[in-house]
Design a protein around this ligand. Structure first.
Ligand code: GDP
Length: 520
């Protein structure tokens, strides 16, 4: 098969959601469609000591192997699907954001009983900033949920994106009858524990009990309202990230999952040209190229090896091929490569644009590195700096170890494990993270790899805003509005809370405060 055909059948996406919205349950159903696992529930339930397939990190930590596989790939109909996991809970870290740089689209799951929750907002912002198309699955319609219209309104208001309901529910919870599929003009009937059934428009008259049900009639009324007053569907707007198609269903039943996935897979973009220092690189290009978006270090001191996650962007990858690391111009033979298939890691022999491969890393790669084949020399766009939310002051417990401390800090920052800020004018080391896990990893690795114990003093959640000033009046800042410099020497202020931010803005309207989400 030519590279072009391989590119056309690739769908690489991440699922984002707040914990408990149903990401694991949905992923599991998708894996079942792909025949990767046979029975649901085999991989569920933290309390029973079993873990979901996508929650590998925890299992691997327990087993003492911590190289996490967080990519699943499987064939579905004519397509080849790559799902990238975005860990939630305490595993939330900057890696979660970086993963989003390696996908072509995103599925956002919203719990219909709760509406939009904190972690969804954070992940959504990153998608929006990168213009990634977002498909929304509103889950748990088999429960007493919020009103569908209110849910759409909330998405539009809080996330600032247009919505287009691809289907519309008839009732919910105990009165849940099913959904009307506006895309294929059919009613998908909810049959409880039995498999859903599909009724084309023309067949509905044969089901008088259904169409005379007041819940069904309410749905019809709402549908005509939507047809008249709702937004028009636009695939262009979806692909540019300005509109999100919304699907209702239940991952657990499962109900509406197949309709959702079939529509999603048709609409979701396949790998597109990507920006480099030499302009756009087409995925169909014959020479292999890709970039590293994540490096997973082993937490087990007995195994120092690491795995670098590479997204293939062009050409064909073949195991054993020699590639160039453009940062250093070094040639490297890629022999130890893995592909991630659900519960196991297999050796990968070939891969195409959109695929994610794991490369054995003896410590030579950095996040954002470009690897390529051929004579050319270009680099994929640098990964953006994601604004951290948590900040801690860090010092070495033993001052005699300041040399190792500096070295460890420098290397871990360079690797992207954590972000470093420097207090100003009083120099101090402040490290920023998006999740608590990053501090645990940092502490652990400083101790085991650099032999330094560290003190971490929390300065709490902060709102970072960058300044466009070369010189600042340090008198304006204090502990509430903490002035620091980032890795490039740019000034920023860590505001204690929203109130402190607004107060400062009002008082110093002449000082421009930049939110990184708005500029990337
Ligand atoms: P995750 O944290 O996003 O991975 O969420 P899970 O997939 O683990 O689901 C959290 C809980 O919600 C579990 O108890 C699931 O059984 C339940 N759940 C998931 N989807 C549905 C659904 O469609 N309906 C109902 N009633 N419960 C669901």
């Amino acid at each position: 098969m030519t590279i072009k055909l391989e590119v056309e059948r690739r769908k690489t996406f991440a699922i984002i959601s707040h914990p408990d919205a149903g990401k694991t349950t949905l992923t599991e159903k998708l894996l079942m469609f792909g025949n990767l696992i046979r029975t649901a529930g085999t991989v569920k339930g933290k309390k029973t000591g079993k873990y979901a397939t996508s929650d590998w990190m925890e299992i691997e930590k327990q087993r003492g192997i911590s190289v996490t596989s967080s990519v699943m790939n499987f064939p579905y109909k004519d397509f080849k699907v790559n799902i990238l996991d975005t860990p939630g809970h305490e595993d939330f870290s900057e890696d979660t954001y970086r993963t989003l740089t390696a996908v072509d689209s995103v599925v956002m799951i919203i719990d219909a009983t709760k509406g939009i929750e904190a972690q969804t907002i954070k992940l959504f912002k990153v998608c929006k900033m990168r213009g990634i198309p977002i498909f929304t699955f509103i889950n748990k319609m088999d429960r007493e949920a919020r009103e569908p219209l209110a849910l759409l309104e909330q998405i539009e208001e809080v996330l600032d994106i247009e919505t287009y309901p691809m289907n519309w529910p008839a009732g919910m919870g105990k009165r849940f009858l099913g959904i009307y599929d506006r895309y294929q003009n059919q009613f998908v009937k909810f049959n409880g524990n039995e498999k859903e059934s599909y009724l084309a428009d023309g067949e509905l008259d044969n089901h008088p009990d259904l169409i005379n049900d007041p819940t069904f009639q309410d749905m019809k009324e709402e549908l005509s309202l939507l047809d008249e007053a709702g937004d028009q569907f636009s695939l262009d707007a979806v692909l540019s990230g300005d509109q999100t198609p919304v699907f209702f269903g239940s991952a657990l039943a499962p109900f509406g999952v197949e309709v959702f996935f079939d529509t999603f897979i048709q609409m979701a973009p396949n790998p597109k040209p990507r920006k480099t220092t030499e302009g756009l690189i087409q995925p169909e290009k014959a020479d292999f190229s890709g970039f590293i978006f994540k490096i997973q270090a082993n937490m087990n001191p007995a195994h120092r090896d690491r795995v670098a996650f590479l997204r293939v962007c062009s050409g064909k990858f073949e195991r054993g091929m020699t590639v160039k690391l453009t940062r250093s111009n070094k040639l490297i033979k890629l022999t130890q490569t893995q592909q991630f298939v659900a519960s196991s890691r297999d050796t990968v022999d070939t891969a195409f644009p959109g695929d994610i491969i794991g490369i054995y890393d003896p410590g030579i790669y950095r996040i954002g590195d470009t690897l390529l084949e051929g004579k050319e020399n270009f680099k994929y766009d640098e990964l953006p700096q994601f604004p951290p939310e948590l900040f801690k002051r860090v010092t070495a417990k033993n001052v005699m170890k300041s040399k190792q401390f500096k070295k460890g800090l420098e290397q871990l920052v360079q690797e992207g494990a954590i972000q470093l800020f420097t207090g100003y004018p009083m120099e101090s080391h402040i490290i920023g993270a998006v999740g608590e896990l990053q501090y645990q990893v940092f502490e652990h690795r400083m101790k085991h790899e650099y032999n330094v114990e560290v003190n971490l003093e929390s300065i709490g959640e902060r709102i970072p805003r960058w300044l466009e000033l070369e010189k600042v009046d340090t008198q304006l800042f204090d502990d509430r509005n903490l002035l620091v410099k980032d890795r490039d020497g740019t000034f920023l202020v860590l505001f204690k809370n929203d109130f402190a931010l607004r107060w400062f803005q009002d008082k110093h309207a002449d000082i421009k405060l930049i939110d990184l989400y708005d500029v990337n």
